[in-house]
Write a protein that binds this ligand. Structure first.
Ligand code: SIN
Ligand code: CO
Length: 380
């Protein structure tokens, strides 16, 4: 699978469109094949571990239901949509699609969502807080996109936040292989023209209030940030009701000292590697030994579990620190150079790990991760 931005380089895309304005990329994928069939999608949507939704209108009222779903007959052949979230957690092929967009780093990625819609199917006009590349698979959809700003939002159903109808700045038909890029905030509405599938590669960020409330929880959970405001150097006060600039500085400094690089990277490393949706992990630890790893890697690659999030900070990985699935992992500093390989390469091979295959600390750590299901040996 190869992404073509046509007359744009990824650098130009980032400079001119990313987080700025919508873009239609005609035939961004030549010969695009759906990553799964509608039947396979229904199979996923029948699994209670998989997050799925159906959206349709009944008596002109918007309806949204949450899976698992067993049957679709009563919905008829038009005007409904089925969505499966975090497809990349369940379908290895979705990883190939994400890799096409790896000019944006993984810490920004949310997930790949698949939507199957019958003719007339739509989730209604709405605004997302996400950047998204909507990749049209089989069939076609008409997309209308409005401009930023001033759109009233309301709950068309308790689980559907819609916006008022908008004047389109784009009104286009997406066909198989076409891509619509939308930055956050642009109202949009896609209506299926025939049975169709689309694959949305979504990117998330966080608001400052989400980050700060997350940091507050992190401090409490880890018993950090207990330092009190201290003022042993206090001079006399002549205005008992006043907070002087010097005192304001103390108050502010306590917060700024707490929010240091170490706390921010530890907290955000854990947060950014936490998967929003269930991962396809084994129910109990697998029984691999170091000798199995050494032998098997010679003939099979090690694949990182779809949806497993792992990252490092350029400023701290030399100390052996990386983050996997919501946790800090501290390796010994002499393993630091394997960290970028683990986090940047979704597939590990005998070649990419060659330098580490005689390092028992590395092998033991890798086996722990394999036994948790974080990496698995390629089946074919
Ligand atoms: C859809 O693909 O049906 C809806 C996606 C979106 O508008 O966010
Ligand atoms: Co949307």
């Amino acid at each position: 699978m190869k992404l073509e931005l046509n007359d744009l380089t990824p650098e130009q895309f980032l400079a001119e469109y990313w987080q700025k304005k919508p873009l239609v990329i005609r035939q961004g994928f030549k010969n695009f094949q759906d990553l799964l069939s509608a039947d396979e999608m229904a199979g996923l949507a029948s699994d209670e571990l998989v997050e799925s939704r159906r959206v349709f209108q009944k008596d002109e009222q918007w309806q949204a239901e949450f899976g698992p779903f067993e049957c679709y007959e009563h919905l008829g052949e038009k005007d409904w949509t089925l969505i499966v979230q975090a497809l990349n957690n369940w379908l290895p092929a979705a990883e190939d699609l994400i890799q096409c967009f790896d000019f944006i780093p993984r810490w920004r990625l949310d997930d790949v969502m698949v939507s199957f819609a019958t003719p007339g199917g739509s989730v209604g006009p709405h605004i997302d807080l996400y950047d998204v590349f909507i990749c049209q698979g089989s069939g076609s959809r008409r997309w209308r996109v409005g401009d930023l700003g001033g759109h009233t939002e309301f709950a068309a159903h308790p689980a559907l936040l819609h916006c008022e109808p908008f004047e389109p700045i784009l009104d286009i038909e997406l066909n198989t292989g076409d891509i619509l890029y939308l930055p956050p905030g642009y109202p949009h509405d896609g209506i299926s023209l025939e049975p169709s599938m689309s694959f949305s590669v979504g990117y998330r960020t966080a608001s400052a209030s989400d980050m700060l409330s997350g940091i507050a929880d992190y401090l409490i959970d880890n018993e950090l940030g207990k330092e009190q405001i201290a003022d042993p150097d206090r001079s006399i006060s002549t205005k008992s009701g006043c907070v002087t600039p010097a005192d304001f500085s103390r108050i502010k400094q306590q917060l700024l000292d707490t929010l240091d690089d170490k706390l921010i990277s530890q907290f955000s490393g854990c947060r950014l590697t936490t998967s929003k949706c269930e991962l396809d992990l084994p129910e109990s630890e697998l029984g691999f030994q170091v000798s199995d790893l050494v032998e098997t890697i010679q003939s099979k690659d090690l694949i990182r579990l779809g949806g497993l999030r792992c990252l490092y900070f350029e400023n701290s990985y030399q100390q052996g620190i990386l983050f996997i699935n919501g946790e800090t992992e501290s390796l010994s500093a002499d393993l630091a150079d394997v960290i970028p390989i683990l986090c940047n390469d979704p597939v590990l091979t005998a070649d990419s790990l060659a330098e580490w295959m005689e390092n028992s600390a590395f092998l033991e750590q890798m086996v722990v991760w394999i036994n948790k299901g974080y990496w698995y040996f390629d089946e074919d």
